[in-house]
Ligand binder design. Sequence first.
Ligand code: HEM
Length: 365
Amino acid sequence: MAVSSKGVISVVTTRVLLAVFLLQSVCDFKLPTVQADLEVGYYENTGLCSGAEAVVAAVVSAAFDADATVTASLIRLQFHDCFVQGCDASIMENGTFTERTSPPDLTVRGYNVIDAAKAALEEFCPGSVSCADIITIAARDSIAILGGPTFPVLTGRLDGFPRGPDSPDPSDFLPGPNFTIPMATGAFAQKNLSQVDMVNLLGAHTVGVAQCRFFVDRLYNFLGTGRPDPDLDPTYGDYLRKICPDTTNSSDPSLLTNVALDFKSEFKWDLSYFTNVKQRRGLLRIDDELGTNTATSPHFTQIGSSNLLFNKEFIDSLTKMSQIGVITDPALGNIREVCEIAIAPETISMSFQLEEEVLEAHSAF
Ligand code: HEM
């Protein structure tokens, strides 16, 4: 079921309004002039918006109730935001030639949930909580809802300025589904993440879906051989061929059919992704290669043997990922009012200037 941000807001109205009512008294409305570095509990510690994380949690939980698939999408949204020009909510900017209109982001979902959380927070603590932080908190909460660990996240990011002609192209940074291990390792190294981080983070494929078009070549014509990928378990291959028919028509709607990344365990944060991959039931080529490549398979096997270890390693790497290119300097970023609309620095100084002029005009009377 599609969830509009309005729909989500109406579902959470009671929960959020109650939170607003209880917490508004402790929520100071301040503009963050001096932004400290990232820290756990930034909005509590600074008094900028105590209860901000609870508001996001309420919105994510309501969105999950309305559409259980959205939580996996929110986990991926954070990855796609952080990997392009840092965790700065640049992915949220809407319009032509934005990140979200670029090919790697066309199947990213969950924007409406971030918008809904932002709208709730603008009621609660206007101008205080960045979209970049909402993305981080929402991904963390999504993992917990799906049965994964609960863990603290760093907050205190600012949102990026609007995209310009020199802004990075997502296609240059986001790894594709047919990337080999060396190619994907290179993409992570570009962001100062190690191959171990990559293996840990790909564990997120324990939840969510992928469209047939991202792996159909493995079912019928792997690397132009006219045959299926020999690495694919034949029974699993038969199962997938029933869902994703062979087609040469690139606009065949069957290519958009969603298939669980983790066979029979799309909604559960567990170890079955590792077991499936080891049994040659990895859906994407990158998943399959994690289990077969000699460079990645020892660590993959190790974390796939213990929930505790997987979660610990995942959280460590996610925390690193969440710090890529963050903005904390107010000269380089700001807090948007609406996540889809990035605000240029001139706009802010202009509005301050205007405000000052209005004040001056008032005091003249
Ligand atoms: C080499 C790295 C990676 C590649 C090539 C890759 C590729 C993909 C592809 C092709 C999809 C399917 C998209 C669709 O059909 O809508 C997908 C889904 C997903 N990816 Fe990855 N991914 C990678 C790393 C990551 C990382 C680092 C995370 C998070 C930490 C992540 C989380 C997810 C999730 C949760 C989904 C399911 C999304 C949904 O259900 O809407 N992936 N990935």
